[in-house]
Design a protein around this ligand. Structure first.
Ligand SMILES: Nc1ncnc2c1ncn2[C@@H]1O[C@H](COP(=O)(O)OP(=O)(O)OP(=O)(O)O)[C@@H](O)[C@H]1O
Ligand SMILES: [Mg+2]
Length: 408
């Protein structure tokens, strides 16, 4: 029997947290919250509350559901990713670990558990520490994508108020001269509207309608606000005005494939709302009593657009070194070309269909239930690392879609 380790971070009990903290109930990352989970702190001009530390961690229901799915493939040892993790890992001696630990703190938090697993030579599922850390930095991710010619909106990173002042000067002079490129540098995001966001966040922390900047003065004010509120650099990029999709990928190499594409139906947002799946849509307008019907899966797109979305998704997956699974956000630019917005190599996987979790939703549309989704992810990892695993499905059944121009 294969010994499967299961690495995760479990959210503290909300009541205990409320007693110890500001009272904000934590919620999972990446998930629209028709929600039994509370909204995160409203955006204020102050640093995030400490309870946001747990925002990305999983609830007991998700952890139990994943464990149940893994039990279909072997014996399961729970390995909570806390300070005892290295010792528990050594004692457990698993043949392979299913990793969904979001990590505790810092921009490299998602890399910590896989790095420990590598240190001890234990095979594990999902991307390696480098890819996990890279994708938590939206600007570095875009640099790699741009280098490989994967479409992504022109952008610049602003690390300080001085850099913001410099950017404002450069944008003023670019608008006078019409130049997009400064000597030796990458193209500036010059075409308004621009969109700004904290570089290391997820779950739309710091992403509200105010981040849509139609003018230079709006850009200046909102970027300054984000620099102060989130104490991290701000990504300034051109706003992609077209349709938005999120794409679940399973597999590796030439057989990596995109599950049915999830489309955003912005017409489900309140009248007059901007077409942005940000803080308001995720946490204010999506309520348990009135869920926001914002997802459509499979997305209604013609074959050409579907192929283009799948191609850009797989190219991003390969050039960033994603493994086994990931969820990639894509948005169409003014010229009709799908661009990569961001990459999530540890996708949210809430088991309850009512929670509208995109990865399980895409799998269901492909006829893959929750248990099989988790098992497929582990099976891809086992195949890649030649760990024997007794699976009852053909891993390569899904339509293999080889990305044109993918470098891996
Ligand atoms: N350049 C852009 N052009 C248009 N819309 C954008 C752009 N960047 C972000 N958005 C909008 O903001 C939303 C949130 O941005 P993004 O996906 O980067 O952040 P996130 O909140 O970390 O996402 P997740 O919850 O998936 O981790 C996107 O889904 C999209 O609607
Ligand atoms: Mg996103």
């Amino acid at each position: 029997m294969t010994r499967i380790g299961f690495a995760y971070n479990q959210k503290p009990d909300p009541q205990a947290l409320a007693a110890a903290d500001s009272g904000t109930e934590p919620r999972p990352e990446d998930e629209p919250p028709s929600s039994r989970f509370g909204a995160p702190e409203p955006l204020a001009a102050s640093p995030l509350p400490t309870s946001d530390e747990y925002a990305e961690w999983d609830g007991p229901e998700t952890i139990a559901a994943v464990e149940q799915a893994l039990l279909g493939l072997g014996d399961v040892v729970r390995l909570e990713a806390n300070a005892d993790f290295p010792a528990a890992l050594r004692d457990a001696r698993p043949d392979i670990v299913f990793n969904m630990a979001e990590g505790l703190r810092g921009p490299n938090r998602e890399a910590h558990v896989p790095a420990i697993l590598e240190f001890f030579g234990v095979p594990y599922s999902g991307s390696d520490p480098f890819t996990l850390a890279l994708s938590l930095d939206k600007a570095r991710t875009k640099e790699v994508l741009a280098y490989h010619g994967v479409p992504t909106a022109p952008f610049v990173l602003v690390r300080s108020h001085e850099e913001l002042a410099l950017l404002v000067r450069r944008l003023k002079s670019a608008s006078r001269s019409g130049a997009r490129r400064t000597r030796g540098g990458p193209p500036l995001p010059t075409r308004f509207p621009l969109f700004v966001k904290p570089v290391h966040e997820g779950s739309s922390k710091g992403i509200t309608e105010r981040n849509y900047c139609a003018t230079l003065s709006e850009l200046e004010a909102q970027t300054a606000f984000l620099l102060e509120s989130y104490a991290q650099p701000v990504l300034v990029e051109e706003f992609l005005p077209g349709a938005e999709f999120t794409c679940a990928v399973l597999g590796n190499g030439a057989t990596a494939h995109v599950l049915p594409i999830v489309g955003m139906r912005f017409d489900a947002l309140p009248e007059g709302a901007l077409p942005v799946y940000g803080y308001e849509a995720k946490w204010l307008w999506d309520r348990p009593e009135k869920p926001l019907e914002i997802f459509e899966c499979p997305a209604r797109v013609d074959d050409r657009m579907r192929d283009a979305i799948e191609e850009v998704t797989l190219r991003a997956y390969h050039v960033l070194g994603c493994r086994d699974w990931s969820r990639i956000d894509v948005r169409v630019d003014a010229g009709g070309v799908p661009n990569v917005v961001e990459v999530n190599p540890l996708p949210g996987i809430l088991p309850n269909p009512e929670d509208n979790s995109c990865f399980p939703k895409a799998a269901r549309a492909a006829g893959i239930g929750y248990d099989e989704l988790i098992q497929r992810c582990l099976a891809h990892a086992a195949e890649r690392q030649r760990v024997p695993l007794d699976v009852r499905f053909d891993l390569n059944l899904a339509r293999p879609l080889v990305a044109q121009g993918a470098s891996a």
